[in-house]
Write a protein of this length. Structure first.
Length: 493
C-alpha cells in the first residue's frame, strides 16, 4: 500500500547503533554527505558579521513566544479562522491522525500528495492513512526515495542521506512503476537523469491530486499565515494545486509577527542548505477565491509539547527550527546514522526531543540521552542556541534518578529507569567523597600507591565502558600532594 513503511526500530540506541556502525557503505555515505554539508554551512555563516547577534535574536524570539504560547495560539486560531481556514486541536498523534483521516474521507478522495513534514512522520500519518485505504504520496525527492525503497528517513534535511546514487537508481528502476509512472528503462545514476525521472513521475501526482497535506516551518500569529521553505518546488505544487489543503503543525512553530519571521528566514537557509535564502518560500493565509485551495484546515499538534514546555531546562528543545546543523557535526550521528535513533527526529536534537515528547519510560527513549559524547559541537552550530549538552545531562539525571515530571498536563513522579543501579551507586559514592575532603585525599593516595595493580578493563557493569577504551593511568601523586611538594606548603586538611 503506498504510504506505508515498516515501523521504526524500538531497540535501545546502543543495540541499533552496534548494527549500523558495522555497515561500511552507510558510514561512507554519511561521512561524505555530512562533511560536505557542514563545510558549505560554515562558509555561508561566515559571510554574516552579525551571525552571533542574529542567533541570539532567534533564541530570544522563540523563548518569548514559548513563555506566552497560550496567548499566541489563541491569536493564531482567530487569525486563521478570520482568513477562511478551519483550526483543529490535536492532543496527541492518534487524535491528529483521526482528524486528518476524517477530513480526507469527507472529500471523497483516496489519494493525497504530501509536502515533506517532520510532524506527519512523528505521528505516523502515512501509516494511519494507509490503514484507512488512503494512499499518501511523498513529493520531496529524498522522501520519495525513502518511500519507494520501503525505508525510513535518516536525516531531518536529507531523509535519504544514507543512500548513494547507485542505490537510488536501483530503487527507481524496481519500485517506481508500482507507484505510478515508471522510470526509464535505460536510467543511469547520473543526477540529472534521476531528477528527471522523479520529475515526470511526480508531475502526474500533482496534476491529479485533489488533496494536499503539509506541515509548516513557521506560523505567524498576527495574520494566520503559514510558511513552508523548500528547495525543489514540489512543496509549492502541493500547496497551490489541490482543492483541499490540510496542514499538520506542532504548536511550537508559532512566531508572533512578520518581523519575527524575518529573523528565522535568515537563520534557517544558511544553517540547513548553506544558502543565503531558500529557493522557494511559500506563504498562505486562509483561502482566497480563484487562488489556491478552496478549503484549508490547520491541525495544531501537541503530542507532548506542552509537557516539554513545563520543563524549564528541557523546553529549549522547542526552539528548534529543524535545520539539521547539529546532525552534520555530530560524531555519533555520523557513525551510527539516523535509523539508530528510532524516531522521526535523529541526531542530537532527536536525543533530547524524543525522550521529552514520549517520556523516558521506554528502553529506547531512556537510552537516547546517552547517544552523545557531550562534545558540544551541536550547541556551537545551533542557529537558535539550544544548549543540547545541558539538556542531555538533565535528561540523564531524569533517567537515573526519576523524579517529578509533567505527563499529559499533570504532575507525576516517575521511577528511575531499570539498569542504572550501578550508576546511581557510583554517583552517590562520588558525592559523598567530594563532601568529605579527608576521605577523598586518603582515597587518592591509596589509588596512587596501588596503581601498578589496577586492571586495564573494568569488571561487571563497568565492562561496557571499558570495552572501547582503556582506563586512564592513575598519576604517581595527587594534585594536592604535588602542590604541597613543589610549593613547599602543607596539604589542605
Amino acid at each position: 500500500m503506498p504510504g506505508s513503511h515498516p515501523a521504526a526500530s524500538r531497540a535501545p540506541f546502543p543495540e541499533a547503533a552496534a548494527a549500523s556502525t558495522q555497515d561500511a557503505q552507510l558510514r561512507g555515505n554519511l561521512r561524505h554527505a555530512t562533511h560536505t554539508i557542514r563545510a558549505k554551512r560554515a562558509k555561508a555563516v561566515a559571510e554574516l558579521d552579525d551571525w552571533g547577534a542574529l542567533r541570539a535574536a532567534g533564541a530570544a524570539v522563540k523563548d518569548r513566544t514559548l513563555r506566552h504560547l497560550d496567548h499566541y495560539l489563541e491569536q493564531l486560531e482567530e487569525s486563521v479562522t478570520r482568513a477562511g481556514g478551519t483550526v483543529h486541536w490535536a492532543a496527541d498523534a492518534d487524535e491528529a491522525n483521526r482528524i486528518v483521516t476524517r477530513l480526507v474521507r469527507e472529500t471523497g478522495e483516496r489519494e493525497v500528495v504530501k509536502v515533506k513534514s517532520m510532524a506527519t512522520q512523528e505521528i505516523g500519518l502515512n501509516e494511519a492513512l494507509a490503514e484507512a485505504g488512503i494512499s499518501a504520496y511523498e513529493t520531496d525527492l529524498a522522501e520519495l526515495i525513502v518511500q519507494l525503497g520501503d525505508d525510513l528517513p535518516s536525516h531531518i534535511l536529507v531523509p535519504a542521506i544514507h543512500r548513494n546514487r547507485g542505490e537510488i537508481r536501483d530503487i527507481f528502476r524496481e519500485k517506481m512503476a508500482a507507484w505510478g509512472r515508471p522510470a526509464p528503462d535505460a536510467l543511469t545514476d547520473d543526477p540529472r537523469e534521476l531528477a528527471e525521472a522523479a520529475r515526470l513521475h511526480l508531475r502526474e501526482k500533482f496534476l491529479n491530486a485533489k488533496v494536499g497535506i503539509s506541515g509548516a516551518n513557521f506560523m505567524v500569529a498576527e495574520t494566520g499565515t503559514l510558511v513552508v521553505v523548500e528547495s525543489e518546488g514540489n512543496g509549492r505544487m502541493c500547496l497551490t494545486l489541490p482543492e483541499t489543503l490540510i496542514s499538520v503543525v506542532g504548536i511550537e512553530k508559532t512566531v508572533p509577527t512578520w518581523q519575527d519571521l524575518e529573523v528565522f528566514l535568515q537563520l534557517l537557509p544558511r544553517s540547513s542548505t548553506a544558502e543565503r535564502m531558500n529557493p522557494y518560500t511559500s506563504t498562505w493565509t486562509g483561502t482566497a477565491d480563484g487562488d489556491g485551495p478552496r478549503n484549508f484546515h490547520l491541525v495544531l499538534l501537541d503530542n507532548g509539547r506542552t509537557d516539554t514546555l513545563a520543563d524549564r531546562v528541557g523546553r529549549q528543545a522547542l526552539r528548534c527550527i529543524r535545520c539539521s546543523a547539529c546532525l552534520n557535526v555530530c560524531p555519533v550521528y555520523e557513525r551510527a546514522g539516523g535509523h539508530a535513533y528510532g524516531s522521526a527526529y535523529p541526531g542530537p536534537i532527536g536525543a533530547i526531543l524524543t525522550p521529552q515528547l514520549r517520556g523516558v519510560s521506554g528502553s529506547l527513549e531512556a537510552s537516547l540521552p546517552y547517544a552523545s559524547s557531550l562534545c558540544g559541537a551541536c550547541y556551537e552550530v545551533c542557529p537558535v542556541a539550544i544548549d543540547i549538552p545541558e539538556v542531555l545531562v538533565h535528561l540523564r539525571e531524569r533517567v537515573v534518578e526519576g523524579g517529578e515530571v509533567t505527563l499529559r498536563g499533570s504532575k507525576a513522579v516517575i521511577k528511575p529507569a531499570k539498569g542504572h543501579a550501578a550508576e546511581r551507586a557510583a554517583m552517590r559514592a562520588s558525592r559523598w567523597a567530594l563532601d568529605h575532603p579527608g576521605a577523598l585525599r586518603r582515597g587518592q593516595r591509596l589509588a596512587s600507591r596501588t596503581r601498578r595493580l589496577h586492571p586495564k578493563r573494568l569488571p561487571g557493569p563497568g565492562r561496557a565502558w571499558s570495552d572501547t577504551r582503556e582506563l586512564p593511568e592513575v598519576p604517581a601523586e595527587s594534585f594536592r600532594d604535588w602542590w604541597a611538594r613543589t610549593r613547599g606548603e602543607r596539604g589542605t586538611k
